[in-house]
Design a binder for this molecule. Sequence first.
Ligand code: ADP
Length: 387
Amino acid sequence: YTAANGLYYSVIDAGNRAVLSSSAGPTPPATDGARTVNHDGRPFRELAKTLTKERDEEEGPPVTVRVVCGKDMTRESAVQSALLRQILIAGPAVLLASLAGGLFLVSRALRPIARIAATAEAIGASDLSRRIETGSRDELGRLAATLNATFDRLQDAFDRQTRFTADASHELRTPLALIAGNIELAQSRPRSPEELRDLVADIGGATARMRSIVEGLLTLARADAKSVQFRREPVSLTALAGEIVGASRPLAEKYSVELTLDSPADVRTTGDPDRLRELLSNLVTNAIRYNRPGGRVAVRLSSADNRALLSVEDTGLGIAPDDLPHVFERFYRADKARSRDAGGSGLGLAIAKWIVEAHGGTIEAASEAGKGSRFAVSLPATCRPCT
Ligand code: ADP
């Protein structure tokens, strides 16, 4: 009963007789629902549904019929199998192609990273002065620039460390050579008590200088390791300055320098009194030592904007403009011979700067060569944080 257009239908009554049908078809199904049947060697999709019409009592019992219809699916299933075939063949091919493409893209994207890593490795191992090329402006370019900046800092720290070690050895070698020379002289032939006293005095001076260098180095090493504990207590800078000025009078007299303290009010801060004493002592001693006979040193204290201000001003040699930016560096000496003769270690201002900054303050140097210098310290009236 297949119709020419590939459709069939059939209406079956309760006695299983076909009341209406398009043409001969497969045996109607016993149950409702959808199924796929083979008819005349062709696949059909078939749907069966029972319909019941209720009737009044006078009209009689309800009428039940089953409607069955089917559609030839030959074309659809041909299209479906062709599609399945295509998917089965094309799927793996597309997968392989996208895998290969992905691998290619990833390896292309990773190539610059590999190059950066190789250069970074070479820089670490051999030569700190090499840098990574920063051609592109994308993320990789920024990564390379960041790494280069880190290398700059590393190289700077490395150079400073090397210079510092060389300077420290050099500084210690000089007094050591003096000690060894004097001992040799004392042993070379019999010496008078006066000669021996002079030799021992020189050895004593050199030993004192070595001690001050070693102590300074130790302080700075601890400062670098951040292992120094600062006390945090109220401190009267006025009282501390009074102490230091009093203790420095003999040195000032020796250098024929007039030493004055000017503190109109009691200037206070919070911090470590021993370290602040060290700071004051370094500045005042320098101002006396790098002065000229008949010169003056003025220590002034004041408060402004919740800050304690301290200045140490001298009428001494001054510092040349080229030297001024470096005076806070370790072992930097504007006048090497004079510093050594005066017993300086070249570490005093580096330590002074560390103390000030650990108290949350700032220190600045101003100077005019031949006229004098002024070291100005500004500390918070309440130190925060005292690290
Ligand atoms: P030093 O132990 O040599 O004094 P510092 O670190 O205290 O070491 O000072 C570094 C250098 O700064 C000194 O060698 C000196 O040349 C210069 N300097 C420091 N203070 C003064 C000053 N008040 N007047 C002139 N030069 C100074």
